[in-house]
Each structure stands twice: as C-alpha cells, then as structure tokens.
Design a protein around this ligand. Structure first.
Ligand SMILES: Nc1nc2c(ncn2[C@@H]2O[C@H](COP(=O)(O)OP(=O)(O)OP(=O)(O)O)[C@@H](O)[C@H]2O)c(=O)[nH]1
Ligand SMILES: [Mg+2]
Length: 434
C-alpha cells in the first residue's frame, strides 16, 4: 500500500480506469446503472477516464478479495487487455481487501469513499475546508496504514529482531499520523472559533437569510448566481462548492437578504466527511429558510431528495422551513413538468439557466419571511441616534419622519429584534412605505 502523498502522485498519473459495481440480485437494475453512472462522473471529475464498467452479483462475500477468485482472475485479464491502471469499486473495501487486490493485480485499487475524499481534497479552497478534508483523509488512512505496516513487518521474514523493528516502525508511523491529527484538530478549533465570532456578528444583524442545500450537481451555485448575480464558481463538476459562500441580494420591495451556498450532498458520503462539514453546514443551516435544490431532470430525483432529507435530519435541521426547488426546468418537456407537479405538489419548478420560475421562488420566500418579519414603528428619542444607525446598518428601514420627541421610524424586524426595541414601540396608523 502506498503512503498518502505517494498515492496522490500515483493517482494523478492514472489514465484508464475500470469501474466495478456489486449489487444484490433483488436490487433494481436501473438503480444499479444509475449508481455506476454517478461513480463514473465522480471518477471523471478527478480527470481519470473510464475505459470499462463491470456489474457483478455475488453469491457470497469473499472476505479476502470481496469478490470470488474466478472474478479476480477475470478482471486480471481485462486489466491487461484494456491497459487499465486503476480499479474503482462502488462498494466500500476493507483496508485488507484493498491491499490484497492491489497485490494481486499490481495496480491501484480504490473505493468510492476514497474517490470522494480525493475530490474534496482538490476542491477545498478555504483554510477551514483544507483542514477538514485533511483530517477526514488522515482518519480514513489510519487503519489502512496500521495494517499495511503490520503486513510489511510480517513480510520482513519474521526473525525476532526484525519483528521488533517492524513494530517500532509501525508505532512511529502511527504516532506521526496521530500527532498530525491532533495538530489538525487544534488548528481547526482556532479557525472555527473565528468563524463563530463572525457568525455571532452576523446573527446580531436582523437581516433575513436563506441557504441553498441539496444533492451535488443540482445547480445550487448556478441558482445563487442567477439570484444574486454574483460570481460563485459554477462548474459541471461535482462538488464545485466546498465552502459556504454568502452573498447579499434584494427582493423587489427593497428588502435585503443574505443567501448562502453550501457543499452538495451525495449518496454514501463518507462518514468522516459528514463530520468534517457539519460545522460549516451548521452555520448555513442557521438560515431562516432553506432552498432544497434538486435536479428536476434527473432520473434519480427521488433518491437525491431522500439523501438530502437524511443529511438534514442528521444535522438536526429536518424541521427547518424549506422550499423544494426543482431546477433545470429548461430540460423538461410538458409531460414531465405535469408529472413532477403531481408528484411534488409543494415544489416550485425553476431554471437557473433561463431564469424561469425565479420570480415565483422569490415571492414564495417573501411570503414565508413576512410571517417571521413584521413592519413595526418605533419612536426613538434624539439621544438614541446610535439605535437609528444600527437599524440602518442591520435591517430594512422603510420610512422615517421627525416628531416632537424624536424620530419615528418604520422598520422590518424579526421577533427577537422587535423585543429588543420594545421600549420604543408605538402604535400608529402611519402607513410605512407610502
Ligand atoms: N440545463 C440547465 N443546467 C443547469 C441549470 N442549473 C445548473 N445547471 C448546470 O448543472 C451543473 C451543476 O451546477 P452547479 O451550480 O455547479 O451545481 P451545485 O449544486 O452547486 O453542485 P455542487 O457544488 O457540486 O454541490 C453545471 O453544469 C450547470 O451549468 C439549469 O437550470 N439548467
Ligand atoms: Mg456548488
């Protein structure tokens, strides 16, 4: 087994891969193909082309190689005939199975988890994301590393002295990785403390906010662009977004909102990565409303929605107010549109590309926010000009006029903010905005 840095270099030289998917006989054939197609996009995202895909059913699990000896030989032949230099399994491989297959085929063998970890590693752009991905990779490599060393030390011949040396080497190596994990955790804590301060500042503002969540490649970043006209990275590559990116935009009535993009979810997201991104996602989930974005043109729509709900529940955000947004409407014909409307009556059909449905989406959002944010009127005394400045900075001020005692100001606030300003609240029929 190769060490991680050597593995990185090695993987970057791989050109032609063979994909292997294993399915139960009772699994739907279409699902299995969709999963393998998804694995193909993941592998291609890393710049490795897919020469061939194999679907296998297993009568029983062979603990040594996962697949039976006959299949191991058959694949060995394909590797030679097709000049394959990388085999990727859709199923998880144990560290031992991975090593045994690599020894047998003499090329790199990796699983879906490792592919996802690698994609995250290449996409991480902020310091926090880089640290989080490194930590997840270290944790993934620890058991593999340990067993690899045990295996190597045994290979060294088994003389007593040698074995002792092997064990020392293993211990040293383990300690190095554990030290690195401890250091990464410490660095991460520092970075996330800083983020908490920023979040607190943001929460002190009463500006409403919305977060885009959903399966990878659904079009969240494209939708953010379309809504905020910003330049967030949009790519036809999975996981183009790793760090939440926040923009500000205004509704038609002038109300300003924050909109945050998040990292896409995926089937079988390695657990270490869910952990890693929890903190980053949690911040986004503090939003007033979630746009749950799905690729409406995907055959795997139902599964994508299910995966996203599951992750949201894991993040304790299952009950959050959300709008199901079926994106890529420009790719749908009349019949599919009708069918989707019947299957998901609560959803909105939009296209980030053509702009279709975006106005409806923003109006629905405004409706939800109206329930949370109210227009209230305050009478601020002249000696509290600081409060006026705060309202102008952090909320939407609709109108102001001078009165005998001070300034009458109509402003949109949520309940929490409203309580803060309750001493100055006045009941008036002065209609704001007119
Ligand atoms: N036809 C069509 N394509 C779209 C639409 N919205 C996005 N796309 C394409 O879908 C692909 C993925 O879009 P992104 O916005 O990067 O998707 P994402 O949900 O942010 O993906 P991750 O960041 O990986 O989670 C890109 O090739 C977009 O151009 C749309 O409304 N119509
Ligand atoms: Mg994105």
């Amino acid at each position: 087994m190769l060490s991680w840095s050597k593995r990185d270099i090695f993987l970057s030289t791989c050109e032609q891969s063979l994909l292997v998917g294993i399915f139960d006989a009772d699994e739907m054939q279409t699902n299995v193909y969709a999963h393998l197609n998804e694995l193909q996009s993941l592998v291609e995202t890393l710049g490795i082309s897919v020469k061939k895909s194999l679907l296998l059913t297993l009568k029983s699990i062979n603990p040594r190689h996962l697949i039976g000896n006959g299949k191991v030989d058959e694949i060995a032949q394909i590797i030679v005939d097709e000049e394959i230099d990388l085999v990727v399994f859709d199923n998880d491989l144990s560290p031992a199975q991975q090593r045994n297959l690599e020894n047998r085929w003499e090329i790199a063998v990796i699983d879906r988890q490792e592919i996802i970890l690698d994609i995250f590693a290449t996409r991480a752009s902020t310091r926090e994301a880089v640290l989080q991905v490194s930590l997840a990779r270290m944790k993934y490599s620890l058991p593999r590393l340990t067993r690899a060393w045990t295996h190597l030390s045994r290979q060294r011949g088994g003389a007593r002295g040698n074995r002792g040396k092997g064990e020392t080497q293993l211990e040293t190596d383990k300690r190095l990785v554990l030290n690195k994990i401890a250091r990464l955790k410490k660095d991460l804590k520092k970075v996330s403390d800083q983020r908490k301060i920023r979040r607190k500042r943001r929460l002190e503002r009463s500006m409403p906010s919305v977060s885009l969540v959903g399966y990878t490649n659904a079009g969240k970043s494209a939708l953010l662009n379309s809504i905020s006209d910003s330049n967030v990275l949009v790519r036809n590559k999975l996981f183009a977004t790793l760090d939440p990116t926040t923009r500000c935009f205004a509704l038609q009535d002038g109300r300003e909102l924050l909109i945050t993009d998040t990292v896409g979810f995926i089937r079988k997201l390695p657990h270490g990565l869910i952990e890693a991104f929890k903190s980053t996602l949690e911040e986004a989930l503090h939003a007033d409303v979630l746009f749950h974005v799905v690729d409406g043109s995907s055959d795997e729509l139902d599964e994508h929605i299910r995966v996203t709900y599951r992750v949201l529940r894991e993040l304790n955000a299952g009950d959050k107010k959300q709008i199901l947004v079926l994106n890529k409407a420009d790719k749908l014909n009349r019949y599919t549109r009708e069918e989707l409307r019947m299957r998901y009556p609560e959803s909105l059909l939009v296209s980030a590309r053509s702009g279709e449905g975006i106005e409806d989406l923003l109006q629905t959002l405004a409706g939800i926010l109206n329930d949370d944010y109210q227009v209230i009127t305050l009478n601020l005394p002249f000696n509290r000009w600081d409060l006026r400045a705060k309202l102008h900075r952090d909320s939407t001020v609709l109108r102001e006029k001078y009165s005998d005692e001070g300034l009458v100001i109509a402003v949109r606030l949520n309940n929490q903010e409203k309580n803060r300003f309750s001493p100055y609240l006045i009941d008036t029929d002065w209609i704001p905005g007119k």
